[in-house]
Write a protein that binds this ligand. Structure first.
Ligand code: SF4
Length: 450
């Protein structure tokens, strides 16, 4: 396949642009917002009214992408920004860098700074060998892997072929055997998806919108079919390769997991809609991880003149990450997290676990010397690690408050919800309890005392 560069941009300049694209959230006017791990809970925007979703993907069904993002085996989480189909500009706490084949997109998604109609965007595209060299240089700096992603350069299949070639060079010529995450383009040919998975460890295709009708409104070149069909293909291939490995201990298809990215706030959807969709996606497609991002439409884009401007607050995305982890790791159901259909958003002031506890005070206090794992995980301030430590320590004898502290359990939050040997050291005042739980939220913490 012939790669034809459109522009004359130096490799150094491309790397600079890639880094910029990957380390900042970019809004559709190309403006960049610094967006680090500590969520800045600025502004509350109540994005366009909330409909509840019967029209979302009822039963469905992977994201993200030089220099700054996704993550090996279990990519650490948070923080995707919307944009770039996959080329998504993402910052995560993980150290796997993103390398972009191109930011010169043939598609025209309203929310994306790489969209075709955004004429002020400084464009670049990278030949597979150049991309492989950039990626290899990142790996040489001690990164645990690399995420190869792209905007839709010319066509989805053309982009996918270039990505495959870059992967092939990394694996077969540069002899790189470490972690590779690769983007799958919307609507990519099934055979190309399969070929991508012969080199990558993880694949991803971004779903982006929480309701199927959303594509026609904000991402006119995309459709439910050209996202879900590749997602289904990847899921089937990963599953089949897993079966092969069980029997033959080997599969040519090296991808073992896949992920996706979902925007909050694009269609006025509520958080229950997003979480129900996430739940369905995890189940149907065996996704390893869903990344959330906040929808931004801050500038009227060509072809989308009628769309209302929206600036979805970052705290909403962080609450979704927390809710997602509760469902995946803590055994919470969607209804536990969003019990009231009329509620539009997760609570800004309390993380979803604290919010559940406040709604269910009758469940507490929990006796730490007797409670099972599931009950311990409902206690604000006790996370997965803390619960495991408590269960292990209990085998050695009864626990005191001092013992809990030595296990690393934060009593600041948990003391209101537990007894220890029958003793209670928390407060009975709801005001005091709410105050102690709200601090973490106000500081934008992402943890749930996990
Ligand atoms: S497909 Fe859409 S979201 Fe992806 S890079 Fe192109 S314009 Fe951006």
């Amino acid at each position: 396949m012939n790669y034809v560069a459109k522009e004359n941009v130096s490799t150094e300049r491309k790397i600079l642009l890639m880094r910029r694209d990957a380390s900042l959230e970019i809004t559709n006017d190309g403006e960049q917002r610094a967006f680090g791990n500590a969520a800045s809970f600025t502004g509350l925007a109540n994005p366009a009214g909330g409909t509840n979703s019967s029209a979302n993907f009822a039963a469905l069904t992977s994201p993200t992408g030089l220099i700054g993002s996704a993550g090996p085996a279990v990519p650490a989480g948070p923080i995707g920004s919307a944009n770039v189909c996959g080329a998504a500009d993402i910052v995560t706490t993980s150290s796997v860098p993103k390398v972009f084949l191109s930011n010169d997109c043939a598609f025209n998604c309203a929310y994306c700074g790489c969209r075709r109609s955004f004429e002020a965007k400084e464009r670049y595209s990278t030949a597979p060998r150049e991309l492989a060299e950039i990626a290899y240089a990142q790996i040489g700096k001690g990164c645990p892997g690399v995420f190869i992603t792209s905007a839709v350069f010319k066509t989805p299949d053309y982009t996918q072929e270039l990505i495959i070639e870059a992967l092939r060079i990394l694996r077969n010529e540069m002899r790189y055997s470490g972690y590779l995450h690769a983007k799958v383009m919307p609507g990519a040919d099934p055979l190309l998806i399969r070929r991508t998975g012969l080199y990558a460890n993880r694949l991803s295709v971004n779903i982006e919108v929480a309701k199927s009708e959303g594509y026609a409104l904000i991402a006119k070149n995309k459709s439910k079919e050209n996202i879900l069909r590749p997602m289904g293909d990847i899921s089937g291939l990963v599953r089949a390769a897993g079966e092969e490995r069980k029997i033959f201990r080997h599969s040519q298809f090296t991808a073992t997991s896949h992920t996706t990215q979902l925007m909050a706030g694009s269609l006025g959807e509520d958080d229950g809609t997003i979480l129900r969709l996430s739940n369905a996606l995890y189940k149907k497609y065996s996704l390893s991880r869903i990344y959330y991002t906040s929808y931004q439409y801050r500038y009227t884009a060509k072809g989308y003149e009628d769309l209302p401007l929206v600036n979805t607050p970052a705290w909403r995305m962080h609450r979704l990450y927390q809710a997602d982890r509760l469902m995946q790791l803590y055994g919470y159901s969607v209804n536990d997290i969003v019990p009231d259909e009329s509620e539009f958003l997760l609570d800004q002031n309390y993380d979803p676990k604290a919010a559940w506890a406040l709604r269910n005070m009758q469940f507490f206090p929990v006796e730490v010397n007797a409670a099972d794992r599931e009950a311990l995980l409902r206690v604000p301030g006790i996370g997965v690690t803390g619960a495991e430590r408590i269960l292990a320590a209990r085998r050695q004898g009864r626990l005191s408050f001092d013992a809990l502290k030595s296990l690393g359990i934060s009593l600041k939050r948990s003391k209101h919800f537990i007894t220890c040997g029958g003793k209670f050291s928390g407060s009975m005042s709801e005001r005091v309890i709410r105050y102690s739980l709200s601090n973490g939220a106000a500081n934008g913490q992402l943890t749930l005392a996990m």
